[in-house]
Design a protein around this ligand. Structure first.
Ligand code: ZN
Ligand code: ZN
Length: 279
């Protein structure tokens, strides 16, 4: 195992959340069980096996490792990855890849897929990803990963298995689709971006940025630059229905002890123990 970049790991139910995120330094997350990751601000060696990534926006600490990731997968003879990017980023990134490919004298095979707010991406029969616009200093997306299940229509609940099968074979739709938000990733955003996507408050796990925590850092200025303050979390504390809320992307102005101090002072119960600081 090569320890090249910091990776923190947390298990929640059947999901493993891995990653690291500090504002202006590097942001990368992945969930091996879902075979997907968010943001490519850097690429720990162990992350290269994840074949699908979602990039929230074009700040360098969120996407500059994209070419390195693509090159490593080629070198290791893995399939070309699929990377979803805000639509305006795709063409410039293709140009960057062409230039780097020329300098590196190596191909950079990958599929770059443009996404816009409100899109729905079917990853498999069970998994769907939806996108929403966040509020940041460049166009930016948030993502929700939904688990799809098919459930027998309630009006058919009294029928026997044979009867249900006969109806199905006769072409009748016997199930309804239900969707459960498993995981939400806010990316970088002022609080409006979170509020605009209610599923983020409902997802089992929410990965959220809380860039600023000190009362000295003023909320209005922070919102202008498209970030969240701890006070925004406190104001919304009743809305978080999540089993786990991961607070991350803290400013480098703070060290770990300061972050803990401010958060525990503002939220002594840590959202009933559901708030986890990614430091
Ligand atoms: Zn950022
Ligand atoms: Zn940013």
């Amino acid at each position: 195992m090569i320890h090249d970049l910091p990776v923190k790991t947390l298990n929640h139910a059947e999901l493993t959340i891995e990653g690291y995120s500090r504002a202006a330094v590097q942001t990368y997350w992945r969930v091996p069980e879902l075979k997907l990751g968010f943001d490519l601000g850097a690429q720990p060696w162990s992350f290269m096996g994840t074949p699908v990534w979602f990039v929230s926006h074009s700040h360098m600490d969120h996407f500059m490792a994209l070419p390195i990731y693509v090159a490593r997968r080629r070198m290791m003879k893995m399939d070309p990855p699929t990377i979803y990017l805000p639509e305006h980023v795709v063409e410039p990134m293709q140009r960057i890849l062409r230039l780097l490919s020329r300098l590196d004298r190596g191909r950079l095979p990958c599929t770059l897929v443009p996404v816009a707010p409100g899109d729905e991406i079917e990853l498999s029969r069970e998994l769907v990803v939806t996108t929403s616009a966040t509020r940041h200093s460049v166009p930016s997306l948030g993502f929700v990963v939904w688990e799809r299940r098919r459930k027998l229509k309630p009006e058919l609940a009294g029928l026997s298995g044979d009867e249900i099968r006969d109806r199905r074979l006769a072409g009748e739709e016997v199930t309804n689709e239900t969707r459960l938000p498993q995981l939400a990733y806010l990316g970088d955003s002022a609080p409006e971006g979170l509020d605009a996507c209610p599923a983020m408050y409902q997802a089992r796990v929410l990965i959220m940025e809380v860039t600023f925590v000190s009362p000295r850092h003023r909320k209005d200025r922070i919102h202008k630059f498209g970030h969240m303050h701890l006070d925004d979390v406190v104001e919304r504390r009743e809305r978080f229905a999540n089993e786990l809320v991961i607070a991350s992307h803290f400013s480098t102005r703070y060290h770990a002890g300061q972050i803990r101090h401010y958060v525990e002072k503002a939220l002594p119960d840590m959202l009933d123990g559901r708030l986890h600081l990614w430091i």
